[in-house]
Design a protein. Structure first.
Length: 255
């Protein structure tokens, strides 16, 4: 039985792929300064200047809620949003990216026709190696795509470049937002790839927005962030608690 495939209709002003949306069970108050900063960072990607924003704060301070509110504010801009998570005790390299790709392709019903104008057959075949679920939906025999033997380092670089090409080509249709939760749980190989992508997103309409707990000084993640700061390609937003007026407004909003 052949499953019928559909491309999600794309209309001006519609979010293309707003995934993982959470119902807002509580009102949102305050954080106007932070939202204004995020608005500014988003506006820069509309001028093909990629940005990486890290929102840091204690558990429960409202990092995820701030990101949700921000995405709600910009959803009328005609954006593509793809989300992924870091997981406590993560040891599988690149799980973040396989998760992001799975959710993206699931959202378009694995319709590879949507990718045909963006990617060549070789890149699609390489994506199939990352996401085996794609295979039944690819309109050509992926085994017919032959590539010369590569060294482990060359294979790694090709993997990096495949993901870079995928995200940059996708952003040519609509501005792209990559939303990454709990970046402090990501393992070193994933962080290395993320650094490569962020560095090469700087001339593309791509905003990477990540959340993190306060990071221990001297940790691998802190050193990773310091390297990005040296390159001036990360902006940190550190959240503190609401002030008394905002707390009062929050309480009043519940009653």
């Amino acid at each position: 039985m052949i499953r019928k495939k559909f491309c999600i209709p794309m209309k001006e002003g519609w979010p293309v792929n707003l995934q993982f949306s959470k119902e807002k069970s509580e009102p949102f108050v305050g954080r106007e300064k932070e939202l204004s900063l995020l608005d500014g960072f988003f506006n820069t990607i509309l001028e093909n200047q990629g940005n990486f924003i890290l929102i840091q704060g204690e558990t429960g301070i409202g990092k995820t809620r701030l990101v949700e509110q921000f995405l709600e504010r910009i959803k009328s801009k005609g954006i593509t949003v793809i989300r992924g998570h870091g997981y406590h005790g993560e040891i599988s390299p690149y799980r973040l990216f396989s998760e992001m790709l799975r959710h993206y392709f699931s959202s378009i019903n694995y319709d590879t026709r949507c990718l045909a104008p963006l990617l060549d057959n070789l890149t699609i075949a390489l994506l199939e190696k990352i996401i085996p679920e794609l295979k039944p939906y690819i309109p050509f025999d992926v085994t017919s795509i032959h590539t010369p033997p590569l060294s482990p380092q060359e294979e790694k670089q090709r993997f990096y470049d495949t993901l870079l090409l995928f995200f940059t080509k996708l952003s040519q249709r609509y501005p792209l937002v990559l939303d990454i939760e709990d970046v402090h749980w990501l393992e070193p190989d994933t962080l290395e790839l993320l650094r490569y992508l962020i560095t090469n997103f700087r001339k593309s309409p791509i905003l990477v927005i990540a959340t993190s707990r306060l990071i221990e000084t001297g940790s691998f993640v802190e050193k990773w962030l310091s390297g990005l700061e040296d390159q001036r390609i990360v902006q940190r937003i550190k959240l503190s608690g609401l002030d008394s007026a905002e707390v009062r407004n929050l309480v009043e909003a519940f009653f």
